[in-house]
Design a protein around this ligand. Structure first.
Ligand code: BTN
Length: 329
């Protein structure tokens, strides 16, 4: 397993202070151990405080770390992550427009596969079909992963579906929660939307250059935190479990599940994930409407096939569909 290479002084100061939690540390010790300037240490402490870490300074200028917030600072995510490739390189921000946009820029510069881009807050979080993804500060998970799968562009929707399985498994690891996948990109808790996936790719006709998998999960929102127009349809993991969720721990569980699913997907496509897709499916055996542009098809869902297509029993016969917007009434 590759070690996490902390790149910022804030990451390195945090790693050092975490080992000495509750004990005062001389700034000159940090300067010596981290081979940086006293100014770098002061900046790093202020950066860590802005991420929510409680670091007291005493009369002699010694720093004591007393509180660890539920933050997405890279060193915090990397701590005991245990993956081989996913999330081994992390770009963590407090505010961005959209993590997918940053991830696409990094992928164009050949960032390593598995690179994670994450933010506490998105000012222009994007959803599917040009919709906005409501991304309030410090309550959700907004992240994007960079992948370079050797697949044909038509196989890319399979990546959204395997991501949905990784998300469903992650949510299901919390007690008493009813999680379902609504083909193709949504994860539901008790029938309401808790997470969405926005997969974007750069491709030539027969070859994918890179895939960005953007994941948005409502984690700690209370019902009143959702804007009125989402209150009837959206939910969060916290509402589902009736307990506040540690966001960093959720992310780590997700990254581990994602890696497991992705390694299998690279070897054998959706063959394995299909079983979980059917097990978690919110639509199997239901009569649905599938909207594709101006066309709407009515049918009963009878399968999700090995290519990730939704198979409908319609008046015109049994037809597999690659894409579309599903409604159940
Ligand atoms: C959807 O359900 O419409 C997909 C929502 C995807 C939202 C995530 S949040 C992180 C990443 N950055 C974005 O701008 N969008 C995705």
């Amino acid at each position: 397993m590759n070690p996490f290479n902390p790149e910022t002084t804030a990451d390195r100061v945090l790693i050092f202070l975490r080992k000495k939690i509750g004990q005062p540390v001389e700034p000159k010790r940090l300067v010596k151990e981290l081979k940086c300037s006293p100014e770098n240490v002061v900046e790093a402490i202020s950066e860590l405080r802005s991420w929510g870490y409680t670091i007291k300074a005493d009369r002699n200028g010694r720093y004591t770390l007393t509180g660890i917030p539920d933050s997405y600072l890279s060193a915090e995510i990397a701590y005991h992550l245990g993956t081989k490739m996913i999330g081994r390189k992390i770009y963590a921000y407090q505010t961005v427009q959209s993590t997918n946009t940053i991830a696409a820029q990094l992928a164009a510069m050949k960032a390593p596969e598995g690179t994670l881009v994450i933010a506490e807050y998105q000012t222009r979080g994007r959803g599917r079909l040009g919709r906005e993804w409501h991304s309030p500060e410090k309550v959700g998970l907004y992240c994007s992963l960079i992948l370079y799968p050797k697949i044909h562009p038509t196989q890319a929707p399979g990546i959204s579906l395997m991501t949905a399985v990784a998300l469903a498994e992650t949510i299901n690891s919390y007690d008493d929660i009813d999680v379902k996948i609504k083909w193709p990109n949504d994860v539901l808790i008790s029938g309401m939307k808790a997470a969405g996936i926005l997969t974007e790719l750069s491709a030539e006709l027969d070859r994918v250059e890179y895939v960005i998998v953007g994941v948005g999960v409502n984690l700690n929102q209370k019902r009143s935190d959702f804007p009125p127009e989402l209150r009837e349809t959206a939910t969060s993991v916290r509402i589902g479990t009736k307990e506040k969720v540690n966001r960093r721990e959720f992310l780590q569980r997700f990254l581990r599940n994602f890696e497991k699913e992705y390694f299998v997907f690279r070897k054998s496509g959706l063959k394995e994930a299909r079983k979980s897709l059917l097990r978690y499916s919110a639509l199997l055996n239901q009569e649905i409407k599938l909207k594709m542009g101006r066309k709407t098809i009515i049918g009963t869902v009878i399968d999700i096939d090995a290519l990730g297509r939704l198979v409908l029993d319609t008046r015109e016969g049994i037809i597999p569909f690659n894409a579309g917007e599903v409604s159940t009434h």
